[in-house]
Write a protein that binds this ligand. Sequence first.
Ligand code: COA
Length: 261
Amino acid sequence: MSDYSNIRIERADGRATVIVARPEKLNALNAETIDQLRHAFDELARDPQVRGIIVTGEGEKAFVAGADIGELARMGPIDGIDLSRRGQDAFRLLERMGKPVVAAVNGYALGGGMELALACHLRIAADNARFGLPEVKLGVIPGYGGTVRLPRIVGRGMALEMILTGEMITAQRAHEVGLVNRVVPQAEVQATAEQVLDTILKNGPVALRMALEAVDRSLETGIDEGLDMEAHLFGLLASTEDMKEGMAAFLEKRPASFSGR
Ligand code: COA
């Protein structure tokens, strides 16, 4: 396993928790941290021991307070494109790794930090969490997928409210608009993310991967293409050991033991 200076990875029971760990800068994402995240996501995608991921931030104040403004302030237009692409690529890798990813949002999730949470499949928020895309206050726009993913999650109107005002919203409001799946006391956010992920990981791994694929593809295409993809993935699953095991376990009234094949 690699050594990382700005992130940590903890592994237990088929889960890997990726912790962004620059608490003195509220876990802001400098270029080095983005590179480490991309490397970590690649490593975890290929590790058969890891079946699901939790992403969180170090400390009790911030999940991730955005891209590192000290670095952004020095960029020119071409650097800006490259910087945006690097963040987009890292987060896309996370989103498309075929394993479920849960964000444990333990405090401020701003700018690139909110975009990191948006690239996760589910979001569990601490009651002190705050969400916002304040980029327009700095004269830029979200550059790590925020303009693309936020409207898909909360709809165009709410997405534009957040992107155009740049104002933060509370965890409770984020829950009301469907941005987060659950809000829990700060002390319980990690345990809740683990519980939700464990519930998911009891299910057939190939089915989970195909479910992620089907939902994402249908959002990227039209209704007929989406239905076509669903039918084919559904059919493909009929060839797996996991399907045979899942159905046999139900009929034999015992818990399933999936092999992921
Ligand atoms: N980039 C770089 N440094 C950041 C940062 C960011 N996005 N967010 C916070 N920090 C740094 C602060 O500069 C400060 O560093 P210092 O102690 O060396 O001065 C440290 O983290 C603590 O932050 P501070 O602002 O003192 O905490 P606060 O409790 O007063 O405010 C926030 C918290 C989150 C409201 C405030 O830090 C903030 O607005 N951050 C920027 C958010 C943002 O615009 N992100 C989007 C970037 S595109």
